[in-house]
Design a binder for this molecule. Structure first.
Ligand code: ASN
Length: 316
């Protein structure tokens, strides 16, 4: 069985520099070669480096599209894929890959490390071994293999900034892939998408600015879906609706998701055509808006796509 490992950057392949950890060519390639030579990894593993290697803080929608294109292009030659990636924005990339590759027949295993392969107490070796094994055995779809856990790529979030098992995902029976009769590559283009968090005393001017200047908005609401309702907030939401700027509401809580309609303080969302994000993470909502804007020209079609579960990202 052949696996393609696509290396994009991140701590796993970093080394110390005067400015702090930064990507270094050859680190992941050498580690994979050593694992194969020692027999800890079996089967053929090809490594493809997506230059320039980056700290994932610098990743953009173009990077998500490039990784998806690479997987789609090589889908006929490999039984599974591993993507090595920085952890800071790994959840965005995993969700973007879930949505970008409908009908994917192979597993895509996204992994990385909290400590580089170049330090003694690295977690990168274990994650690499687990990810390469999962690429041969996991069901089709996009999974995150990290800290001994295999998580749904469309539901994952970085929950800890230091721990080796930094990721969590609410479980679901839905596979992390969009169902389609044939493998496809969805268009994915950069867009201006705002991710705004409501706060006590939230300035509706921020939302108004986003409605004026952005292509889409993720609104992180309180609890099960309440907002600091005010005429100014309603006017900003109506402006977004009038301009055809999709707004997706998600919960600031790490678990439980939205239940819009429970409280009158969430009615402004309903009255303004805001999409109920359900169980979606803010990361998944952010990339889903990019997909909706890239795939559909009409607001109604964008809205319908955003409101429907595509790959288990919204499922209970
Ligand atoms: N800053 C790093 C990155 O996201 C963090 C990591 O990979 N652990 O690229």
């Amino acid at each position: 069985m052949a696996t393609l490992l696509i290396h994009t950057g991140g701590t796993i392949g970093m080394a110390q520099t005067p400015d702090g950890f930064a990507p270094r060519d050859g680190v992941v390639e050498d580690a994979v070669a050593a694992l194969v030579a020692s027999g800890k990894v079996t089967g053929e593993v090809d490594v493809l480096r997506l230059d320039p290697l980056i700290d994932s803080a610098l990743a953009t929608a173009q990077d998500w599209a490039r990784i998806a294109q690479t997987i789609h292009h090589h889908r006929g030659r490999f039984d599974g894929f591993v993507v090595t990636h920085g952890t800071d924005t790994l959840a965005y990339t995993a969700a973007a890959l879930c949505l970008a590759l409908p009908g994917l027949a192979q597993p895509v295993i996204v992994t990385g490390a909290m400590r580089p392969l170049t330090v003694a107490d690295t977690d990168g070796t274990a994650n690499l071994i687990d990810a390469l094994a999962a690429a041969r055995t996991a069901p089709a779809g996009v999974w995150v293999q990290f800290g001994g856990k295999r998580l749904h790529g469309g539901r994952v979030r970085k929950a800890h900034s230091q721990a080796l098992d930094a990721f969590t995902a609410a479980p679901t029976d839905r596979a992390p892939r969009v169902t389609a009769p044939d493998p496809q590559l969805s268009p994915l283009r950069p867009h201006e998408v705002a991710l705004l968090t409501v706060t006590p005393g939230f300035s509706a001017a921020l939302l108004d600015h986003a409605a004026t200047t952005c292509d889409g908005i993720v609104l992180r609401c309180f609890g099960a879906g309440t907002v600091p309702d005010s005429p100014a907030l309603r006017a900003a939401l109506r402006k977004a609706q009038g301009k055809g700027v999709p707004v997706v509401a998600v919960s600031q809580c790490a678990e439980g998701g939205m239940q819009i309609g429970t409280y009158a303080a969430g009615k402004a969302l309903r009255d303004s055509g805001v999409v109920d994000g359900g169980q979606m993470t803010a990361e998944a909502a952010f990339v889903k808006i990019h997909h909706a804007l890239s795939c559909f020209a009409q607001f109604d079609a964008q809205h319908a796509y955003l409101a429907a579960d595509q790959c288990g990202e919204m499922a209970e």
